[in-house]
Ligand binder design. Structure first.
Ligand SMILES: *Cc1c(COP(=O)(O)O)cnc(C)c1O
Length: 424
């Protein structure tokens, strides 16, 4: 065991086991979702006659790359969409989201964020913050507005409609809580908003930041009428196996527009070779419903454990979920940092590393992160992040196996107890 991962006392082990017992009913519900999503994914594999030829590397322009094209079609099907781009070369979730905005929005258009302030890294893409001269949407003459969530953390549909004039071309809805203390938005609620938006302004497309949301429920945004969505392959839909990449899915028209930004006008999605094997992307998609279920079980256990230790958690262990994140409010820097360091110490990779707060590109406050992952930065693997700002909230996510999540949570509790920061 890592020198930094303390051995759990009998009392700690009993405490964690009791908490896990409390979660059994919730786990049964998560297993049902896993089965339904596995059936959906399996249907996509079988419907596209996946065989060894799909995994083969390609080179040059990559015309007629069956591995790339079938993977796109399968993602489209699973996400309830007409089309998708699934590419190792999309560098991150932010890149996938930025491609959507840049592909659809034109000078004079307005982007409306309907779930309040968007994810930190999107602020510089939009031009809300950041260094002028980098080509943000603002510099290209794209306007921006936002509508806050209601006090209950729901989409404010009347407020969205009031902000929806003819200039609004894209309404961005972030499904996940991201780094905020708010519920992840249920897909059904996103669908209700999409319907109302389309009725009020048919020119406005609804785009979902689907990062961390995939396979947490029975439906995806495409199933409820959203026009465009994007996410990262080193989060949920890569199943812990995809080595890099992102995806964009949506209507044929919307995805085509994004494809002209991904490559260039006139060429779009027809090119893009990958000299590595596509096999981990396919296998990752196959594993994704299971990996997400393992991550959700880890989040549920963490919620129960830290709630019982006296820390506010969000969501509660038995609340509905629409993303894989568990937010834990530590109220002070010491237990927060002890927690993050214990997650690192419990990792299979880089367990000896001691996380320190740092100024991460794209983020406004220093961030401390635990990410002892096989795929660098993959947050479907057990990881935790925290911006260093009051009220010192840690965001825990991922966990390829529940057993690993369990051990890591047990270690974190022991560290916090050993430091005298909490009592059982
Ligand atoms: C992770 C994430 C992003 C950005 O993805 P990166 O891969 O970190 O660039 C955007 N939005 C949400 C909600 C996310 O969770």
């Amino acid at each position: 065991m890592s020198a930094l991962m303390p051995k759990a006392s009998q009392a700690t082990q009993r405490f964690i086991a009791r908490c896990a017992q409390d979660c059994q009913g919730v786990f049964a519900g998560l297993e049902e979702v896993e089965r339904a999503n596995t059936a959906k994914v399996l249907g996509a594999f079988q419907g596209h006659d996946v065989s060894a030829r799909n995994f083969a590397p390609t080179n040059g322009y990559g015309y007629d790359d069956v591995g790339r094209d079938a993977l796109g079609a399968m993602f489209a099907q699973v996400m309830g969409c007409e089309a998708a781009l699934v590419r190792p070369q999309i560098a991150s979730g932010t890149h996938a989201l930025a491609l959507c905005l840049q592909g659809v929005l034109r000078p004079g258009d307005v982007l409306l964020s309907a779930a309040g302030r968007p994810y930190d890294t999107m602020e510089q893409v939009i031009g809300m913050t950041g260094t002028p001269g980098q080509g943000s949407l603002k510099e290209y003459g794209v306007g921006y507005r936002q509508v806050e969530l209601t006090a209950a953390g729901e989409l404010d549909i009347p407020g969205i409609l009031a902000a929806l004039d003819g200039k609004v071309r894209l309404v961005l809805i972030q499904r996940s809580r991201g780094y905020d203390w708010r519920p992840a938005l249920p897909v059904e609620q996103i669908g209700q908003a999409a319907q109302a938006i389309h009725r009020a302004n048919p020119r406005a497309w609804v785009m979902v930041d689907n990062c961390y949301g995939e396979f947490t429920g029975l439906q995806e945004p495409g199933d409820v009428g959203c026009d465009l969505m994007a996410g990262s392959l080193i989060k949920n839909p890569g199943g812990g196996l995809a080595p890099s990449g992102g995806y964009v899915a949506g209507s044929r028209e919307a995805v085509d527009l994004v494809s002209y930004r991904l490559t260039c006008p006139g060429i779009g999605g027809e090119v893009g070779a990958y000299a590595g094997s596509y096999q981990p992307f396919y296998q990752g998609l196959f594993m994704a419903p299971h990996a997400v279920a393992q991550a959700l079980k880890t989040a549920v256990l963490a919620a129960r454990v830290f709630e019982r230790l006296g820390y506010p958690v969000h969501p509660a262990y038995d609340a509905p979920r629409s993303d894989i994140i568990e937010a834990i409010k530590f109220g002070a820097p010491d237990p927060l940092i002890a927690f993050i360091r214990s997650i690192q110490a419990a990792s299979p990779v880089d367990s000896q590393a001691v996380p320190e707060p740092w100024d991460m590109p794209g983020y406004e406050d220093p961030v401390i992160m635990a990410a002892g992952t096989f795929v660098a930065g993959a947050s479907i693997e057990l990881s935790a992040d925290a911006p260093i700002r009051p009220p010192y909230t840690a965001y825990l996510q991922g966990g390829l196996t529940y057993a690993h999540g369990y051990l890591a949570i047990q270690g974190a509790v022991q560290s916090i107890l050993d430091a005298g920061l909490a009592t059982l």
